[in-house]
Design a protein around this ligand. Sequence first.
Ligand code: SF4
Ligand code: SF4
Length: 188
Amino acid sequence: MTQVSNQKRGWIGWALFADLGDALWLTLSYMFSRTVTLQYPDKEKWSPYPRYRGQHFLKRDDEGEIKCVACELCAKICPCDCIIVIPYEDDKGERRPEIFEIDMARCLFCGLCEDACPVDAIALGQMYELSSYSSEELVVGRDALLEMPGKTEAGGSVVPARLNTENGVQVEARAEEGYNWWRNIRRR
Ligand code: SF4
Ligand code: SF4
């Protein structure tokens, strides 16, 4: 918008330092606008959008079976070589992952594994609290991946939360819906 208005101003705007005036006005308007501080982790938590690429999760089919057929395509396409898949044949003769591990310390959250999966068995979800004192704890196995939260339905809001240090350190969301954080950002 500024670029368009400057084009309209032409050489007069250039001579009168209109760009400089715009920039100063923007700075001043932010100085007196509402403070934007997310009260994380004590009181609030960001709920990411569905397109957000956080911690992976593995999906189950309608019968509750793991969808993964252990084809290893995700492991092959991963640029960080951080997925290990070792297949086995189950009682029904289906190919399934005996071992499915992702080393989150190496992952760059590119989403290629999700794109490559032929049966929509893996995806990157909403979980972004992955810190750990030990890199070994960042290797996540099949069963843990099946329990991970999926993608958010809506997301893009700030929800009330509580810091829970009783079992590790977790920030628990206390509501499904919150307020739109972007409403606090001054825009023209
Ligand atoms: S998101 Fe990218 S880097 Fe991470 S496991 Fe998947 S393919 Fe590998
Ligand atoms: S998650 Fe998908 S791509 Fe990866 S091994 Fe399983 S079926 Fe193949």
